[in-house]
Design a protein around this ligand. Sequence first.
Ligand code: KG4
Ligand code: ZN
Length: 343
Amino acid sequence: MLVLGIETSCDETSASVVRDDFDILSNKVASSLNLHKKYGGVVPEIACRHHLECINYIIKEALDAAGVKLSDIELVSVTYGPGLTGALLIGISAAKALSYALSIPLIGVNHLYAHIYSAMLNKVDVRFPCIGLVVSGGHTVLVLVSDYNKIKLLGQTRDDAAGEALDKAARLLNLGYPGGPIIEKMAKNGSSNAINFPRAYLEKGSFDFSFSGIKTALLYYVRDLSRGDTLLHKKGIQSVPIHDICASFQKAVFDVIVDKAIDACIRNKAEQLLIGGGVSVNKTLRIMLNDRAEDKNIELLFPEDKICTDNAAMVAAAGYRLYKGGIRSDYSLDAEPNLGLGN
Ligand code: KG4
Ligand code: ZN
């Protein structure tokens, strides 16, 4: 079955053609990232205008690159949430129009499910139950996956997402946007033990996250440093290399994520951990997860790098899987900006 996937939940306009759920024939992404850089974060109006300008040609590019015609497509799969309302509506409208014009079924896909599903893509030996972890700019979510379409929410962030914390830290440090990759690069030459940023584990046994405290801790740290605060001077700290700040901040964010993800696997007797979302590209996070997982005999399943960040291939593949599970959408499909995960 040839599936056309469409993704427009945030700043990436993406279309992809996937055969069944494993053969990615094309995956085209037009990002408006550069347009947002000077504002230090995604501006919804700019993202929407970019989606409107790009949606038709990106679909055409995906079809051309896959070597198929529009009339060959048998299912259209689209992200309907969570995300920016206006941005989601552009993808949904395009998908509905195609479904109607071509008389093919339409399926709405949860963006978070697509990130988790991308880690299962092309993996021959997925053993349920497993734990799913999505770490992105908008979300930090831990779920129990007991079958391809059966997901239970274990925990999520109560404030900032992990990627959002990295983006805000980079903005505070004047390093640019998006912060995750910049902080990763700076951290390579720094010591992760230089500064002891707080780790928020919340109530005992909780799988929820909170990254607003560490963001505030960084703010105070930088403020104190820049005015030569006496407390820091008393501790002998006059200047701290930016690389050390980045390495320590990143480590504090990742420590909590790794601890909770591994704990979720142990407590739910899961042998595999599925990881998706933009932050999962980070090599330090992967090494930290790997070290802990090896210890506990847990297997890590990552998507290929190019489908870690937002893309339509994961939406097409997840849509196919849902379709095969008997799930259908109709033309009442609407944007659900705050859509959660779990059934
Ligand atoms: O999944 P994604 O493309 O979009 C959302 O659904 O949010 O994730 C974007 C996020 C941004 O916060 C960005 O800073 C972060 O992923 N990111 C990274 C890296 N590459 C992207 N974070 C840490 N290390 C990276 N290498
Ligand atoms: Zn995403």
